[in-house]
Design a protein around this ligand. Structure first.
Ligand SMILES: Cc1cc2nc3c(=O)[nH]c(=O)nc-3n(C[C@H](O)[C@H](O)[C@H](O)COP(=O)(O)OP(=O)(O)OC[C@H]3O[C@@H](n4cnc5c(N)ncnc54)[C@H](O)[C@@H]3O)c2cc1C
Length: 414
């Protein structure tokens, strides 16, 4: 069993940012070895939704480090400079790089870390605490799919949130129900099949992008988007509400009572979750307009609908829903169902057993993202990207990484 001082699960932006903070922190003498374990063969920013033309929704200045240290060699600007694309990027006249570009930047950062090694093709399947008879955690055992096991003192989770699959699809064959996280990988397989009817569930950005992609890739199929809302809406993104994505807002939010936090998150929903980028929205509206002009209706959006149930049906899925505008119930069979239903806002499955083992109701984190658990000295667990309820709407985004990563490193090197 390999022993590591600092072990990080998932090589996405969160842990890469911690890797950068560690690289640039001269006080971290207690961290002699640091490792990131990644399930895939490379670093990729949301592989399933990496459309060539899709752009990031936040400024390139909100990269892994710039807000904390604009002089860092790990900045997005330095990546562009090293890739000899800085001039062309400036000429693009945008703050929003292509997602593909951010993805390549992340791989570049991973390749250039000197204090942290990245191990690929290693999916973490289980995390076990090492406990004294008094219930104090003295270390962690981290198990990987291929049978490898690591022992660590410090553990940082950065493997993203669990997929949200609506309850009606829980008992349906997963071959025909594809979450947006797996969309582009599944599309290759779908393209070789006869697909006549596609359902896209949800009314936000991921659903809109999958809907648009299906319109292009399946030019003869019927495509139906089913959503609860009254219709697609633009992201809300005023400069004023954007201040709630800034790191200095986290203290304000963290110190609010639960009711205020919940109200704030609800009010912020269209700034991130239930909105669609204005460019995507107008392209889709134009498509519908032209379709109407041609007197066709193969592509349709069904609004204000609640899903009632879904069952396997002759190699496809039969979905029943209620249209709340009329109160009528409808059923239709689809060859494939695409879920733009987002991610779960809760403790990751990987740590669910921990609550039982330690006999605590729920794992909570403190302001520095440290899970509040009975640790022996020098041992800790930090959770990233799953603390929206306590740290606010920006917790799962790039916006706060430059600061959060340093806060975590400071917390474990104190
Ligand atoms: C389509 C899409 C577009 C987005 N666009 C933006 C945007 O424009 N701006 C923005 O700020 N945010 C955006 N986000 C939010 C996004 O969550 C964050 O930008 C960021 O990716 C979060 O980083 P993370 O490292 O916490 O998680 P992730 O990016 O999800 O990375 C997690 C990593 O862990 C790996 N992993 C998962 N499970 C395991 C396991 N068991 N073992 C080992 N490795 C594992 C994954 O393969 C992945 O590499 C977007 C999200 C999506 C889905």
């Amino acid at each position: 069993m390999q022993h590591i001082d600092l072990l990080m699960i998932g090589c996405g932006p969160s842990n890469l940012s911690v890797g950068v903070a560690l690289e640039e922190c001269t006080e971290a003498h207690n961290i002699r070895s640091s490792l990131i374990i990644e399930k895939d063969a490379s670093v990729c920013w949301h592989r399933g939704m990496l459309f060539p033309e899709a752009q990031s929704q936040v400024s390139f200045l909100k990269d892994l480090v710039t807000q904390r240290d604009p002089t860092s060699r790990f900045s997005f600007l330095n990546y562009l400079h090293k890739s000899k694309r800085l001039d062309s990027f400036i000429n693009l006249q945008t703050f929003n790089p292509y997602r593909k570009e951010i993805s390549d930047y992340l791989q570049w950062v991973a390749d250039n870390l000197e204090k942290t090694q990245v191990v690929y093709n290693s999916k973490v399947t289980e995390v076990l605490p090492e406990l004294t008879p008094e219930g104090e955690i003295t270390g962690w055992q981290v198990f990987v799919e291929d049978g490898e096991c690591y022992r660590a003192n410090r553990l940082i989770f950065g493997a993203g949130r669990d997929l949200n699959v609506p309850a009606v699809f829980e008992n349906v064959s997963q071959d025909n129900v594809i979450h947006s996280a797996n969309f582009l990988t599944a599309l290759e397989h779908m393209s070789s099949q006869r697909i006549n009817n596609i359902a896209v569930i949800g009314g936000a950005q991921s659903s809109a992008e999958m809907y648009q992609s299906c319109i292009e890739n399946f030019p003869t199929a019927n495509i139906t988007m089913i959503m609860r809302s009254i219709g697609l809406v633009n992201y809300e993104g005023s400069q004023f509400t954007n201040t709630l994505f800034q790191n200095d807002y986290i203290n304000t939010y963290f110190n609010c009572d639960n009711t205020t936090r919940e109200k704030t998150l609800t009010a912020m929903h269209t700034t991130n979750y239930s909105g669609v980028a204005p460019s995507t929205l107008s392209e889709l509206y134009r498509f519908h307009y032209l379709q109407d002009m041609r007197g066709e209706n193969r592509v349709a959006m069904l609004t204000q609908c609640d899903l009632l149930h879904a069952v396997d049906d002759d190699g496809g899925v039969l979905i029943t829903w209620q249209d709340n505008k009329t109160g009528h119930t409808h059923s239709a069979r689809f060859d494939v169902v695409l879920l733009g239903t987002g991610y779960k806002n809760k403790t990751p499955t990987l740590f669910e057993n921990l609550s039982n083992q330690l006999d605590i109701e729920q794992i909570c984190v403190d302001r520095n993202y440290r899970a509040v658990l009975p640790y022996a000295p020098g041992v800790s667990l930090h959770l990233q990207g799953v603390n929206e309820n306590t740290h606010g709407i920006a917790d799962s985004l790039l916006s706060v990484l430059a600061f959060r990563s340093k806060e975590i490193i400071d917390d474990i090197t104190d």
